[in-house]
Ligand binder design. Sequence first.
Ligand code: PMP
Length: 452
Amino acid sequence: MSTISDEFRRLHPRSAELYEKALRVFPSGVTHDIRYFTPFPIYIERASGSRKWDVDGHEIIDYVMGHGALLLGHLHPVVTRAVAEQLGRGTHYGASHELEIEWADWVQRLLPSAEMVHFTSSGTEAVQMALRLARAFTGRDKVIRFVGHFHGWSDHVVGFSLTPEEMPRAVGIPEGILQSQLLVPQNDPVALQRALAEHEVAAVIIEPTGASWGTFPLELSFLAEARRLTEEAGALLIFDEVVTGFRVSPGGVQAVVGVRPDLTTLGKILAGGLPGGAVAGRRDVLALIEFRDDEWNLKRRIAHPGTYNANPLSASAGIATLSFIADGKSQQQAEATTRRLCRGFNQIIRKAGVKGCAYGYSSMFHLLLGRDCPPPDDDFTWHWEGPPAASIPQTPGPVATPLRQGLLNRGADLMRTGGLVSAVHNEEDIDRTLSAFEATLADLRREGVLWS
Ligand code: PMP
């Protein structure tokens, strides 16, 4: 009998062929770390709504959703129309244009803390700018971030640091920059307070639903603690809402919890599936980018060029998306679907008698298999009552890879072991995903993966 991996190879010959070609041009054949997959990644030809189609002709229910950029699904007509119209008018003027103002107006209207806005080309760049602003504003160097929290790939926040001991392994980062990062466990106000007291800290940056888009959920009360402690210490608080912004609510996590960060970094949904990012926040902090007199411009001002900043095409997709999702209905729809999906996953996990659970927040979900899990409230919300977990709870690699292969064999694609749900995923998507999951668990049992 063929294994999950054999079946994966059998079903995806054209993807295997393209991967051979890709190996000649890209390190490990991929263009984003998360696309690295064994034995090879699948290649996609087109996408629409909640689905995408691979080069071997399979229809796949997509839970990657543009790495979280596509709250409205692939090719939403409102977004497509806006981009098509803009294409007819030009993609880059190398000049100011009206759409950039409209785009920023939407950010200001939706995000409670957005007194001013500054566009970048990606979330990584937004984080880089936010940290530079915080350092310039406070005159301090150190930045506190939390274990496992991801903020893009700039030198200042490099990679997924699971434990403080892993920090020195960051290769290619100047020692001084590494030393300016302090790593603190999330959900631990005492540790945060200590770090703030012991160092001159410019900023605390946090993923406001927890490490790695909520894989390790944050107690949301921690955000108010972080606000109070940063204020006391004279450090800025930065919410990295690159994933959660406009998804968790039209105003992001900050609108839900009523905590006002000094700066917020944005990306993904902001630009409706096209490249884009932004820093939004306090007027007096963003004022450091202003032009003034020569003395100021030379000595105090933060420079910010960037060829694709606020480009008209991204602006058109961003405006179309933000105006469409402003009433909160898309977010509610996506969350309702995610809750139903998680309930289904948990029923199947219980029936199969394996360790694990599915949990999520808003329209993001995570599957933790082969590990102990707190039984989620409503089969959705993670409430860990034991000692704080030392590292991110993750499905081990030997389970995660065949799980994803097995789901792909049956037409569903996860982002690692989780997913981002759009407002256009429907009942049929859920039913098909749950059947695929149940059958994949049976495959895993047959291979002795989860039951060994
Ligand atoms: N911050 C967070 C929380 C992210 O999840 C990401 C990307 N996944 C980034 C920053 C970086 O954004 P980008 O990939 O647009 O550079």
